[in-house]
Structures are given as C-alpha cells and as structure tokens.
Design a protein around this ligand. Structure first.
Ligand code: NDP
Ligand code: GUE
Length: 287
C-alpha cells in the first residue's frame, strides 16, 4: 500500500515573497507608509499578534505605531482617537485589533475608520466594492490565502471551492475573492445540512471555523487543496498548550496540498496587512 501525503503549503516562504514586493513598493514612496494599530486591554493573543505585525512592518521599511489602551477605554474615546488618525495626513493605515471589549460596539468603530485607511478591509464601502467585483482594500486573511495559492501555482478559476465559516473577517470575504477569481463557490456554516457531503465536493476547501480537527479525512475529496485557517489553543498529551487547526492531521493522507498550523495562513495575514498599508499609501495624496 502506498500512503500519499499532501504537499505542504508553507506560509513563511510565500509571505517572504509578498513582503519583498511590499518593501520594494514602500521604498519607491516619498515617505515610509505608516500603519497605526489600536488595541484595547491585554488579551495575550491580541498582544502577540499586534507585536508580530509591528515587528514585520519595521522589517520591510514601514513606520508602525501601536496605541495600547486600557480595556476600560470608552467607545467615545476610541472614536475620538480614530477621528484624529483619520485627519492625520501622516497616517496611511489604521487597524483596530478585534475582538473589542463588550462595552464597545465593533460595528460603530469599524464604520468610523476612513475607508481609504481601512487596511483590514472591514468598512462597508470596501466590503461593497469587494462584492461588486472591484476590490480595493481587501481583508488580510483571505487576500493572503489568494496570494499563497498563486505562489504555489494552485488553480482557482473553474475550481469548485467550499468555504466552511461565514464570518465577516474570513469566510465571507474569502467567498468574494474566490468568486471574483472565477471559482464556483459554496459557503457552509453551523446550520449546513450534511456538511461532509458539501465539503467532499470541493477541489479547494477552506476551513475557517475555530473548531479543532472538525475537518476529517472522510470530508475531503482525494487530491483536494485544503486551506486551514483555524487557530485553536488546545492542551496536548503533555498538558501544555499548543496551536492546532480546524483540519485533522490525517487529512494529509487524502488531500493533494494542505497548509500547516502554525506556519500556514497566519504569516500570510501579516504580510497582506503590510501590502494593504502600502496600497493605501500609494493611493493617498502626499504633502
Ligand atoms: N490564521 C489567521 O490569520 C486567522 C485565523 N483565524 C482563526 O480562524 C478561525 C475562524 O475565525 P473567524 O472566522 O473569526 O470565526 P467566527 O467564530 O467568527 O466564525 C466561525 C464560523 O464557523 C461556523 N461554524 C461553527 N461551528 C461550525 C460547525 N460545527 N460546522 C460548520 N460551521 C461551523 C460558524 O457558523 P455560524 O455563522 O452559523 O455561527 C461561523 O460562520 C478561528 O480559529 C480563528 O482563530 C481568524 C482570523 C485570522
Ligand atoms: N482588526 C483585526 N485584524 C486582523 O487581521 C485580526 C484581528 N483583528 N483579530 C484577530 C485575528 C487573528 N489574526 C491573526 C494574525 C496572525 C496570526 C499568526 O501569525 N499566526 C501564527 C502563529 C501565531 C502564534 O504562535 O500564536 C501562525 O499561524 O503561524 C494568526 C492570527 C489576525 N486577526
């Protein structure tokens, strides 16, 4: 018996390729593109993600500032800071790290960011442009996945794509990007009937759920490309916390190609955020 094993779609080499073009584009601008990140409270995952983005930004020649505000910061105070950043011509990109504490209305905050500085692509104007087939600033995780697919030469046009998850930050924009790239797209979610029958149809399967190992080998068409977006913190047999995806490791025996967790989609998300910051800077008038 010959057990096959899926090609590993490593994130870091694809992210480095994207970052090289980010650095080259940044160097052509009269002033370094400037990213401002805002986070409330000190959730360890948020602290570590923002730190990672800040470090990479500097590595590729961007300016980056982090506003670390107390968890008790009021919505009015946060909106006042966003208004200031919107008006500041030296700021090209604004990112407010999610999730926000319960007393802050996420929608109100995301709607307040100037769409031209919305490097997350979460503002309704940018969401609308994406679904109209005129993408401007597009959400970092799905846009990073599109870059990864093209970096590894994997086809999208004419492919049957299934996305599991319909969040505003991953599932929905992923569907729009794949549709714009001529895939035939299905979006599954927690109310989908017979999820396995749906996912087995996929040439390209994207799992963005947040449930460890939800996608098992019986749910995958042999040879399919599987993109694992999930980042789940679980206790290992050694009782230490480690990261695992939404895709069961045995899927490697069925899939044609598979992204690892960690070291798959995560690094693409960060690289794409910096690409969006440069795009925003290129489109903004210089003083
Ligand atoms: N690598 C990266 O860069 C990033 C990773 N992530 C990770 O990706 C995962 C998803 O994140 P996010 O999209 O924000 O999560 P959300 O919790 O916002 O969305 C999860 C989606 O999964 C669906 N779902 C839940 N359970 C099931 C189930 N049993 N069967 C089918 N669908 C189900 C939900 O359905 P319904 O809508 O019906 O509730 C929902 O649409 C998380 O692990 C997160 O940490 C997120 C962002 C970036
Ligand atoms: N406004 C906003 N924009 C976001 O893009 C955003 C957000 N809020 N809130 C949270 C999610 C999650 N997210 C990740 C970024 C990098 C990794 C990443 O680098 N992951 C590494 C591992 C990191 C680790 O070890 O914890 C990897 O997968 O290899 C993961 C997840 C961005 N998000």
């Amino acid at each position: 018996m010959t057990a096959t094993t899926a090609r590993v779609l490593a994130g870091p080499p694809a992210a480095e390729a994207l970052l090289a073009s980010v650095a080259a584009r940044a160097a052509r601008l009269p002033t370094p593109p400037t990213l401002v990140m805002v986070r409330l409270g000190d959730d360890p995952a948020s602290v570590s993600y923002v730190r990672g983005k800040d470090r990479k930004a500097r590595e590729v020649g961007l300016r980056s500032t982090v506003h670390a505000l107390p968890a008790e910061t009021s919505q009015a105070e946060l909106l006042a800071l966003i208004a200031e950043l919107n008006a500041d011509e030296s700021v090209n990109g604004i990112l407010v790290q999610l999730p926000l504490p319960p007393h802050v209305n996420e929608e109100a905050v995301l709607h307040a960011i100037d769409p031209r500085k919305d490097v997350d692509g979460f503002h309704p104007v940018n969401v609308g442009e994406l679904w109209a087939g005129r993408p401007t600033l597009t959400p970092c995780t799905p846009a990073g996945i599109m870059f990864l697919l093209s970096h590894y030469g994997l086809p999208v046009a004419r492919q049957r794509a299934v996305i599991v998850g319909r969040s505003h930050i991953v599932g929905r924009p992923m569907a729009a990007l794949l549709l714009n790239a001529d895939a035939t797209v299905t979006v599954a979610h927690s109310r989908t009937v017979d999820l396995a029958a749906v996912t087995r149809e996929a040439d390209l399967l994207v799992a963005a759920v947040g449930r460890p190992h939800l996608i098992t080998p019986d749910m995958v068409k042999p040879g399919a490309t599987v993109i694992d977006v999930g980042i789940n913190r679980v206790l290992g047999p050694d009782r230490r916390a480690h990261l695992t995806g939404d895709v069961h490791p045995d899927v490697a025996g069925v899939a044609g190609a598979l992204t690892p967790v960690p070291g798959g989609v995560g690094p693409m998300t960060i690289a794409q955020l910096l690409a969006n910051t440069v795009t925003a800077a290129e489109r903004q008038p210089t003083r």
